[in-house]
Design a protein around this ligand. Sequence first.
Ligand code: ASP
Length: 332
Amino acid sequence: MTPANHLPRIVLLGTGGTIAATAHTTTQLTDYTVTEGVHSLLEAVPGLRKLAHIQSQQVFNIDSRAMSSAMLLKLAQHINEVLTRDDVDAVVITHGTDTLEETACFLHWTIKSSKPVILTAAMRPASAYSADGSMNLYHAMLTACHPQSVGQGVLVVLNDQIHSARFLTKQHTSRVDAFASPDAGPLGQIANGQLRFLVHSVLPHTTQSEFDVRLQHELPRVLILFDHPDACPEAMRNAAQNGVSGFIIAATGNGSITPGSQQGIEIVSRMGVRCVRASRIGVGSVSTSSHDEALGLIAAQWLPAIKARILLQLALTHTNEPQALRQIFNRY
Ligand code: ASP
């Protein structure tokens, strides 16, 4: 990765989140504000400089709930550009935990490099007792420097574990062990500074993915509809009339759509809007159904609704054909 006796050269990108936030007291774990720049996160963990030559850049400094598609595009384009530099071996990104899944997946499918790209975050603000940000950042940097991180797609390092962006989901609102990869488990783990990869994902990402957003100016709007009895078809019609190009129906059980959503799908399908059947359960696959064809529906397969939304946004930049979209969902 680098000439002998030289430390890896890493670009640390800050985007905000709780890892960069402070509260009024050491026990306050909500209602905090993003106050810290990425440079101060770097300075707060002096051990990082022993691992790598680090250059820090502030891309955004926001709560991740505000990470829009336009910002995702900007972030992916910036990282793609940074990774073309011969003097950069890897990128580490600090981020909020709330939409970490979206950003991680988006980058996993759109970064055109096999160099390590590592995201990290924190559940507790920097001002709290037992704040988790410093160790998470240290572990993220260790992972970025590790030769086996090359070619693994985007990795997310939190709470002593290394996850693939493809599988990671947030499963708890407040605990430091909020993240897991329910369908696959973590790819690796870190204990007392020792990093060990266990498995790797064989699903397409980065250089094997067909999605390239380097010249993309915007992404199609895709909404997630959390299905329930009494779902309202008019809401879908209104959204479609206002420029929404796709829906992820987080349907009941194994993708079973309620009567209200079924009506909504019939209306918007006639308008050329594509609907993906995912599940509101969040774990497990949604299988293809013999009824999908008639409505132009696409089964999300193994993707939870949050990740299915990102994939549909990307897929719609290539095709609006249900059969082609089904093939994409089968592959990813
Ligand atoms: N609201 C914060 C964010 O996503 C939560 C966190 O980072 O843990 O930016």
